[in-house]
Ligand binder design. Structure first.
Ligand SMILES: Nc1ncnc2c1ncn2[C@@H]1O[C@H](COP(=O)(O)OP(=O)(O)OP(=O)(O)O)[C@@H](O)[C@H]1O
Ligand SMILES: [Mg+2]
Length: 355
């Protein structure tokens, strides 16, 4: 009826088809030039399009792939599940990475497998919705990750070995002192040896705690206290039950450079309470509290309900080794010591740990 209009709509159809062809051509060129391997599959999972990178990655030529089921690029052991995965994607086609939580592998023409990452993109075409997969070979990255893991494991082994040896060496030193003390009859000299031995054992115990916890950077201080305290009590040979020891500690991890001074301080304070607070078979209790406050503050207190510290003693100016050590080590920790002389006698150490 309207030959002009008919010709016009015919012209529009032609130009529309040209435009379509042009955009189709552009799409193919973009895919071809993409830096990743690209494989497009149709609704039945057959390969419709591959780019040069895909040919290179899988070792097939284009003609060998076109029209074949995409499963030929999937290792045998995953093939059975693959069609179901494809269908799940078609049911909810959205751009997303494939198998986010799984390790994915590609299968090359030569039968070799390699780790890959896949991005899935639904593409609407005249022939229905296709799936464009963008595939990256991550062999290099996996290889680097594996060598980092191996290096870390080696470092851990080495550290574990070092702590083990330091612990053993300290035990040897402690054993030597033990042998020596067997020859000593003077009770004061003997006590000095026992105390030196305890200090060495305390350091050894820190290394042992590190070694056994398998965390070589941080000491679980609560576990350390649980092994230290019975050791100390038995070394002073006090009648069990006369003085009870109570530990109330939250789990705190200390870096080794804080754990050693802190461990030595506790060693001195508990030793003092055992040695001085309960003379003449006096009964009582020693309490150790370990609390973590805000801002990574740690408070550690050792208290006893013994005879108390006499007013004459100037704790800051003490010339005896024990309290001198406590002051020195607290400085080393950047911490503060507060003392209450009696009811109960209480030494409070406060310091900050990093992180
Ligand atoms: N918990 C306590 N109860 C009572 N007196 C204490 C207590 N802690 C410390 N003292 C007093 O403080 C003094 C100094 O303690 P310090 O640890 O410096 O020396 P020490 O224990 O005598 O010897 P060492 O140098 O071997 O530790 C002790 O001799 C004791 O009189
Ligand atoms: Mg002392």
């Amino acid at each position: 009826m309207h030959p002009k209009g008919g010709a016009f709509s015919e012209n529009r159809k032609v130009s529309f088809e040209r435009a379509l062809q042009k955009s189709d051509e552009r799409f193919r060129r973009v895919v071809e030039a993409a830096p990743n391997a690209m494989v497009m599959t149709n609704a039945s999972g057959r390969i419709e399009l591959v780019n040069a990178q895909a040919e290179r990655l899988f070792g097939y030529s284009r003609v060998e792939l076109l029209g074949r089921p995409v499963e030929i690029l999937v290792p045998e052991r995953f093939r059975r599940h693959h069609p179901a995965l494809r269908e799940a994607f078609s049911a909810d086609p959205q751009s997303r990475p494939m198998g986010a939580e799984r390790d994915l592998f590609g299968l090359g023409r030569d039968g070799n497998e390699f780790p890959i990452e896949i991005g899935l993109n639904p593409i609407d075409t005249e022939d229905g919705t296709m799936v464009l997969s963008s595939i990256i070979d991550i062999s290099e990255r996996k290889h680097r990750e594996d060598s980092i893991q191996a290096a870390l494991k080696e470092k851990d082994l080495l550290l574990s070995e070092i702590h083990h040896r330091v612990k053993n060496n300290l035990q040897v030193v402690s054993g030597l002192l033990d042998l020596q003390s067997a020859k000593i009859t003077d009770s004061i000299a003997l006590l000095l040896l026992v105390e030196s031995q305890n200090r060495i054992k305390t350091m050894s115990l820190i290394h042992q705690t590190l070694y056994e916890s398998k965390d070589f950077a941080r000491v679980d201080f609560c576990t350390f206290l649980d092994s230290l305290v019975p050791n100390l009590v038995s070394s002073y040979g006090s009648n069990p039950g006369r003085v009870t020891l109570l530990i109330d500690a939250t789990q705190i991890f200390l870096p080794i450079d804080a754990a050693i001074p802190c461990g030595l301080i506790v060693n001195e304070l508990i030793s003092n309470a055992l040695k001085h607070a309960f003379p003449n078979d006096r009964r009582g209790q020693i309490k150790i509290d370990l609390v973590r406050g805000e801002n990574h503050d740690v408070s550690l207190s050792v208290s006893d309900d013994g005879i108390g510290i006499s007013e004459e003693l100037d704790v800051g100016e003490a010339t005896t080794l024990g309290l001198q050590l406590v002051t020195l080590l607290a400085d080393q920790l950047g911490g503060k010591i507060t003392i209450q002389r009696s009811n109960p006698t209480r030494f409070l150490l406060q310091f900050k740990v990093e992180r």
